[in-house]
Design a protein around this ligand. Sequence first.
Ligand SMILES: Nc1ncnc2c1ncn2[C@@H]1O[C@H](COP(=O)(O)OP(=O)(O)OP(=O)(O)O)[C@@H](O)[C@H]1O
Ligand SMILES: [Mg+2]
Length: 139
Amino acid sequence: MAFSARLAHALAPGMVIYLRGDLGAGKTTLVRGVLNALGYQGRVKSPTYTLVEQYEAAGLHLRHFDLYRFRDPEEWETAGFRDEFDGRNICLVEWPQQAEGLLPHADVEIVFEILPAGRNIALHAHTQTGNECLNKLQS
Ligand SMILES: Nc1ncnc2c1ncn2[C@@H]1O[C@H](COP(=O)(O)OP(=O)(O)OP(=O)(O)O)[C@@H](O)[C@H]1O
Ligand SMILES: [Mg+2]
């Protein structure tokens, strides 16, 4: 939760963040922490069935994807998912490998590892925007 609060304050509009890790690794928990840190008061539920949930908090527009059940590349277009990556929305994507080739590239990738107690996370920046985000996290 402490890390997600720091991440919340290092986000910029339009960022794409991939969340990688096994079932139960803490991806949704991180998104919940980010939204809480931005002052979002409502419930943050896992988009397991809806595939995407949307939020507005602290003047930011967030989209939380969970593509675990995503199977049909055609749905990518028909559901309008592509339109969500519009340079304004901050898109946090669980199970990005399910839509490989369709999904825009990540600015930042967060890889979760389950430890006997707690979690380890590794951060990777893939763009200038991603670098700036990780720099902000360190400051
Ligand atoms: N850093 C953490 N330390 C200990 N427990 C955690 C941590 N992060 C999450 N958990 C616990 O692990 C469980 C699963 O977390 P979560 O739903 O966030 O996983 P997920 O990665 O989104 O899984 P899925 O791929 O199924 O969506 C929850 O009970 C949560 O409280
Ligand atoms: Mg989840």
